[in-house]
Design a protein around this ligand. Sequence first.
Ligand SMILES: [Zn+2]
Ligand SMILES: [Zn+2]
Length: 274
Amino acid sequence: MPVWICRSCGVEHAPAADPPEECAICADDREDKLLEGPRWTTPDQLRDAGHETRVEELEPDLYGIRVVPRFGIGQRALLVRTPEGNLLWDPTGYLDRSAVERVRDLGGADCIVASHPHMYGVQIEWSRALGGIPVLVAEADRHWLQRSGPEVEYWTGRRRPLPGLTLHTLGGHFPGSAVVHWPAGAQGRGVLLSGDTLFVNPDRRTVAFMRSYVNPYPLSAAVVERIAGAVGDLSFDRIYANTGGVIDTGAREAVHRSARRHVAWVRGDHDDLT
Ligand SMILES: [Zn+2]
Ligand SMILES: [Zn+2]
């Protein structure tokens, strides 16, 4: 029975003879968007349609993995290498042999984590291709998981999946939305791998804090202050976004500056300008 993959979000669903009735992730108002053509595809159909993967080095010990032509949400997955193991973050919605071989050549992966449910991709497929490694799923978002398996481990709060990496739950976009703190990244200045809770804007100097991005609506001032506070003690200079964006330097200050701007606007400080 095939694994069914939603063409709109790229998230895998449990193997079944027939595709699911609906994609719960896309039925939610954060992801709801117009979709032309059938909703469901399978790994074989994606391969036959010519989808491939591309792996590129972003900085020493950090690699981006993309699917071309772009498919689903189209995130760039990230493979972080540490001396004691590797983490695959925000896995793509399709994988091919060349991606698996490249990841293996880079030392393989020891666990898979998605920042939030829009980024689950084909995480179970990735796990099985890499030897059945653990797939960490935020407990707060477990009801969004559309395909489970013995690889899945639920986690909450803060967790060190490997000695050199820490997951932090920020919430916001989803209650379990998380980031990875990689202190050794950016030549030791520290890196955050973000999901949509810290969304790198096109200017690459600021971030957005939204409950929803496809159909935008914002988070409250209190939640944005909480999120900024949660990253306040972390040491980092650079943020990599799942969209391919990056704040190359000064990222920590950029988060706080962006949070102050967001809070001021939703509080009404600038209503005279509207
Ligand atoms: Zn979907
Ligand atoms: Zn999202």
